[in-house]
Write a protein of this length. Structure first.
Length: 241
């Protein structure tokens, strides 16, 4: 694969695994990060040791529209082209009724909806030129709800909606798809109790958590599937059934 892929939030966890999957398929990868500089730099070094000049890391706070635009510009100049954008970065925390503020709204809408949409706008002409693709990472729970997460879920629902509308608006040159993960990893900085874990597994017909690799493989599949656009691939062990 002689392609250049920008993955947001790719210093750790699911984003990192997506970057590894595309790198292993021969792509050059642009690893976006916000706070996880050490992880991002170290990860790029590892990849460049395996294949020189094939990975670069770029910092941006996606809550800041100027940084979103700078990220797009720097990503474009990094390897001279971009074939694929994977909107994976996300802020996730509860916003119980009575407690949330406009800052919470901005933080949850920023990384989960506004930044992905504006990144696409900044990059669509280049993606058009390369007959490229966008993959938006949403969440299986937008159709089921998670208690006290109304703002996060509204943002992910918006991301799901723009996946469909932009698939039409940007066709035929650019394919726009989404992946909706189910229970893959515990949220950052949280460890589930056995009881919490069992409660989650009860809702998953395959009776196990997914892995980062399940999402990464789905992303590579969508990138390679030239007749699929506007679709959401549920990678959730059957949870949505
Ligand atoms: N984990 C799951 O089981 C699960 C379930 C359903 C959906 N998903 C979705 O799958 C994707 C990956 O999940 P994950 O659990 O691996 O994500 P995560 O660890 O919660 O977040 C990924 C990265 O997003 C970046 N990020 C957050 N806010 C940002 C901001 N304002 N500006 C720039 N970067 C920001 C962070 O980068 P830095 O560390 O560099 O700051 C973080 O490492 C997300 O879209 C998530 O919503 C995950």
């Amino acid at each position: 694969m002689n392609k250049v892929i920008l993955i947001t939030g790719a210093a750790k966890r699911i984003g990192k695994e997506i970057a590894k999957e595309f790198f292993s398929a021969g792509a050059k990868v642009i690893i976006h990060f916000n706070n996880s500089e050490e992880d991002a730099v170290h990860f790029c070094e590892e990849l460049n040791e395996i294949r020189p000049s094939s990975a670069i890391s770029l910092q941006a706070n996606l809550d800041d529209i100027n940084e979103v635009k700078a990220l797009a510009h720097n990503a474009l100049t990094a390897f001279g082209k971009i074939d694929g954008l994977i909107n994976n970065a996300s802020t996730f925390y509860p916003t119980p009724m009575g407690d949330f503020t406009t800052q919470d709204w901005d933080a949850l809408m920023g990384s989960n909806l506004k930044a992905p949409l504006f990144l696409i706008q900044e990059l669509y002409q280049e993606l058009k030129k390369q007959s490229g693709f966008v993959i938006n990472v949403t969440d299986i729970n937008i159709n089921r709800s998670i208690p006290n997460h109304s703002i996060y879920l509204a943002a992910k629902s918006g991301l799901s909606s723009i996946t469909q509308s932009l698939a039409k608006d940007l066709a035929p040159e650019i394919r726009v798809n989404a992946i909706a993960p189910g229970a893959i990893l515990e949220p950052p900085h949280k460890t589930w109790t056995e009881e919490e874990k069992n409660n989650i597994l009860r809702t998953v017909p395959l009776n196990k958590m997914g892995t980062e690799s399940d999402i990464a493989k789905a992303a590579l599949f969508l990138a390679d599937s030239l007749y699929i656009t506007g679709q959401t691939l549920n990678v959730d062990g059957g949870k949505s059934l």
